[in-house]
Write a protein that binds this ligand. Sequence first.
Ligand SMILES: Cc1ncc(COP(=O)(O)O)c(C=O)c1O
Length: 396
Amino acid sequence: MSDSKAGALHPETRLVHAGTLRSQFGETSEALFLTQGHVYDSAEQCEARFLNKDPGFQYARFSNPTVSMLEARMAAFEGAQACRATATGMAAVTAALMSLVRAGDHVVAAQALFGSCRYVVEEHLPRYGVESTLVKGPDIEAWRKAVRPNTKVFFLESPANPTLEVIDIAAVAKLAKEVGAKLVVDNVFATPLFQRPLELGADVVVYSATKHIDGQGRCLGGLILGSEDIITPEVQTFLRQTGPAMSPFNAWVMLKALETLPLRVRQQAANARLVADWLLGQDKLPKVTFPGHPGHPQAEIIAKQMSGPSTLVAFEVAGGKEAAFRLLNALKLIRISNNLGDAKSLIVHPATTTHQRFSPEVRATMGVTDGLIRLSIGLEHPDDLIADLKQALAAV
Ligand SMILES: Cc1ncc(COP(=O)(O)O)c(C=O)c1O
């Protein structure tokens, strides 16, 4: 039985109850249905199930009770009509984009993107006859100028990985509607708690659930949310036929993790603010970017579209790569890792990792300089994080 009343409740309540399917055993915690398939009472029932005339499950590549609970809970939280889970965040980004375009179409995307997102737009889609143009995301006129008669999709991340550049989602969504394109927003860095792209006019929202949704570094996953008329015919068909399904085990971990998402993300953001404030005062760091600071280049847009900052801080170390490596290597508590959104604070040098495959010139257009460091703040005591950064900065 699905908790149908959950949709009218506050977000925190929805994250605990929405989507629950209780078995005949009446379990309190959602069950893990670790099954590839389902059996039918008769060949007639099996036929009806395949014709979508009999409700129920068939095969875990299409749907699974635990995965469905996660999808329903996430849809209720995001205020989306529909949600589909995928094996990874990149599977979600790729499926969302591939299912919205055909050969001969054109995509406009922000140039400051996570490396793999940019690969899909810049290199993968063109192989199938879908051209793309990359624009400076915060410049709305650049989006307008890039539009062609065959533009079908706009794609952006905000805040962007790793620079935390912010884009006016409502303005891009308005333009997308004017020109008949669908806007897809990668909302990973904002988290579903602090930014609601569908309410700002986006058509599709994608997540790497690997990040804050799991939040404890265990499982990979992705989520795609939007209206029924996009998700069911386009995205669901693509996923069912091409197969990047989320494992039921991963869905179970994510489903349980959603119950604590507001607690974790609010605390991580509060910790990030304290760390970012401290970093701002340091001589060796010429630039500190945090979406909660009034000095953020897009502070006005942040005030308009985000209800909280981020759990990430980006900062520049004077002295380029060498100084950045010295800082990373001197840290004792904060660990070097390309992941983010974890309970553990993690730090990375984007120019040599997530954005390593781009030339220095391209990296410069994305704001990924040799001294740039991305810090994902976790659930440790902020004083311990600041003490670690302080001793490491002394080594630079
Ligand atoms: C903004 C953004 N989108 C998508 C992804 C891809 O997620 P996954 O690693 O789960 O495939 C990442 C991963 O770092 C990301 O930062």
